[in-house]
Ligand binder design. Structure first.
Ligand SMILES: O=C(O)CCC(=O)C(=O)O
Ligand SMILES: [Mn+2]
Length: 228
């Protein structure tokens, strides 16, 4: 399994010859964590959940401008944003009013294996990027518990992912994330600024036939409340 192998600079597809795990403590990149058959199983589990809890278009706080990424959530809490309520977690889908479906067992299993944090994740944000969708540089900072890492999974088309430091103006590195890759933001990297500059259309066949528009799906697992 990829995650048991020590990371070497050469294993990271990072520009400028500097690997992101050396660049920022607590950043881990597990390329190809899920093989093709596991990716298909994961996508099937997601399709069932998404049929119940469909993607919707969130809007920015204050301006009400729509995000280019569509979203839904799995788990007891889901991350949402809209003009009047801003960034927050809530237990129900903002459009259907229903509770979010449970996080699939495969995803909870990933957390148990890689998070090094015993309490389970409470939120699994599902982002759907159809080009030209992107996600600007941001911190994941709406949680009460920063001791837990953020664990993310890429499925479908590859993307150009950017990661920097704890200040917006900190220097950044860019790297390609491909289908099956896992990224962990823990330690000092837990509050690192990061974003998705672009998705490269047609670089994976995984979503074709399962999601008509192709593109990329990202799962972001987070612990929201402090345990206990
Ligand atoms: O799509 C990704 O790889 C990153 C997603 C992300 O940073 C987020 O949803 O907060
Ligand atoms: Mn994020």
């Amino acid at each position: 399994m990829g995650y048991t192998r020590p990371l070497t600079p050469g294993s990271l597809r990072v520009r400028n010859m500097v690997s992101a795990d050396q660049f920022i403590q607590g950043f881990r990149f597990l390329p190809g964590y899920f093989d093709r058959s596991a990716q298909i199983d994961l996508l099937e589990a997601l399709r069932e959940a998404i049929a119940e809890s469909p993607f919707y278009t969130p809007t920015m706080p204050r301006s009400g401008k729509p995000l280019s990424v569509r979203m839904t959530n799995l788990g007891p809490l889901g991350w949402v944003t809209d003009r009047d309520g801003g960034y927050r977690y809530q237990a129900t889908h903002p459009v259907t009013g229903q509770p979010w479906p449970p996080i699939p067992a495969m995803v909870l299993d990933l957390w148990r294996k890689v998070a090094d944090y015993e309490p389970p994740p409470e939120a699994c944000l599902v982002n759907y990027y159809v080009p030209p969708a992107r996600l600007g540089l941001h911190q994941d900072a709406d949680e009460r518990d920063f001791a837990a890492p953020v664990v993310s999974v890429s499925l479908g088309d590859s993307c150009l992912f950017r990661i920097g430091g704890r200040e917006r103006a900190s220097p950044t590195r860019s790297m390609k994330l491909s289908s099956g890759d896992v990224v962990i933001l823990g330690g000092a990297a837990r509050l690192a600024f990061h974003g998705v500059d672009r998705v490269h259309p047609g670089t994976s066949t995984l979503l074709a036939g399962r999601f008509a528009e192709g593109g990329r799906i990202n799962l972001t697992l987070r612990r929201v409340t402090e345990p206990g």
